[in-house]
Design a protein around this ligand. Structure first.
Ligand SMILES: CC(C)(COP(=O)(O)OP(=O)(O)OC[C@H]1O[C@@H](n2cnc3c(N)ncnc32)[C@H](O)[C@@H]1OP(=O)(O)O)[C@@H](O)C(=O)NCCC(=O)NCCS
Length: 370
């Protein structure tokens, strides 16, 4: 038995949800470029869950369900008020999603019907949880979700209590479409491993959130934003990046396990970042990002991934940095739960082997003799 480090190139499941072929990402066979230009996030989530785009009435039903479930149990909001005000937002999300299970009588019902309903519930409750903590830590009261608006609209509204502008809603909505699913990425794999033991959907999503948090996965967008603010000005960019490359440090937001010729999602986020910079009349962040790309791609041949330009997009939307990865979780929730449903449709426990490299034929030594 020989181990493949990082499971690179290992095919660990069959799936009909999303595919990456020749650098093209497709959800249920539809190129992500088409979805990014045309679909709303709600249509995308429906597509991932049910395998096809919704009709008008199916979409209306989903939107009604999302509105109906968006409030979270009051004890959870009370509990959040006891959390440290500087808690890591992904840790808060992981803890509160886990706690949601305590308030759902159907937690252990793993029928497709029940898990489908819980997927929609989680989809509408996760933005409420994130926005609530963002306010609670500032000593403000959480804002109840609106009914009849999109997830992107509701999230921005619940953060500030003000009606968000259309440009912000549409940019966030498109970012949610682009992050919704990505074949067997690390957090989705976690979700599948957890549900494959016949645990429950909340456990699967909690595992996935813990996995997304890391800077090599979803946490990269916050690390990129940190880097851009450390760089500060365009004329500092070259020396900052060069120093990192000389130190053999990784530049966050670059490289990918699967895409070697560029991440197909990055161009959409780059365009969005550019358009926002024109609207704001300030292109510093965008110009620094372009310069970073020129240097890293020029010297290392590495291309930006989905996290690189999402950092400048979210910053220009006025979203606090530590909500970037939770926003990724809002979006990837539809992918995680679609994979959980698919795993349960044809389940077998996921239990690989390890290539043992430790000692053999050792003996127990009584403690007084060690
Ligand atoms: C995405 C990522 C985790 C993929 O990891 P991986 O498939 O294991 O790739 P590796 O880390 O083995 O990278 C291969 C080579 O490219 C280099 N490399 C990869 N990403 C790099 C980066 N962002 N900056 C600098 N060098 C990088 C590695 O150091 C390695 O070089 P070596 O062969 O000289 O040791 C990795 O590219 C990375 O850490 N990127 C930054 C974090 C990030 O943006 N994550 C979000 C992914 S969507």
């Amino acid at each position: 038995m020989t181990a493949t480090k990082g499971l690179e190139g290992i095919v660990a499941a069959t799936s009909s949800i999303s595919s990456i072929n020749d650098g093209v990402l497709a959800y249920r066979g539809i190129n992500i470029d088409e979805l990014a230009e045309n679909a709303s996030y709600e249509e995308t989530a429906y597509l991932l869950w049910y395998g096809k785009l919704p009709t008008k009435s199916q979409l209306l039903t989903l939107q009604d369900q999302l509105s109906e479930y968006a409030a979270v149990p009051q004890p959870l909001l009370d509990q959040m008020k006891l959390y440290p005000k500087d808690a890591n937002t992904m840790s808060v999300l992981r803890t509160t999603v886990s706690a949601l299970a305590l308030y759902d009588d159907s937690v252990n019902d793993n029928s497709r019907e029940s898990n489908q309903k819980k997927s929609i519930k989680l989809q509408s409750q996760i933005p409420t949880l994130i926005a609530a903590y963002a306010r609670i830590r500032e000593g403000k009261e959480p804002i109840a979700p609106l009914k009849g608006v999109s997830i992107a609209h509701n999230f921005l509204y619940m953060l500030s209590g003000e009606e968000p502008d259309e440009v912000a809603v549409s940019a966030l909505d498109q970012a949610l479409v682009l992050h919704a699913d990505h074949e067997l990425n690390a957090s989705t794999f976690s979700a599948r491993v957890t549900i494959a033991t016949l645990s429950d959907i909340y456990s699967g999503v909690t595992s996935a959130i813990g996995t997304l948090k890391g800077p090599l996965h979803g946490g990269a967008n916050e690390a990129v934003s940190q880097m851009l603010s450390e760089i500060g000005t365009l004329d500092q960019t070259e020396s900052y990046i060069q120093a990192k490359l000389n130190n053999k440090e990784k530049i966050m937001g670059f490289g990918h396990r699967v895409y070697k010729n560029g991440d197909p999602r990055a161009k959409h986020l780059q365009k969005m970042s550019y358009e926002l910079s024109l609207l704001k009349g300030n292109s510093t962040l965008y110009d620094i990002s372009i310069k970073v790309e020129e240097i890293v791609t020029g010297q290392k041949g590495l291309k930006p991934n989905v996290d690189f330009y999402s950092a400048s997009v979210y910053t220009q939307l006025g979203i606090p940095r530590d909500l970037f990865t939770p926003i990724f979780a809002i979006s990837r929730l539809s992918g995680w739960t679609a994979h959980i449903l698919e795993q349960l449709d044809d389940n077998r426990i996921i239990r690989p082997r390890a290539d043992y490299t430790g000692l053999n034929n050792q003996h127990y030594i009584p403690i007084e003799l060690r």
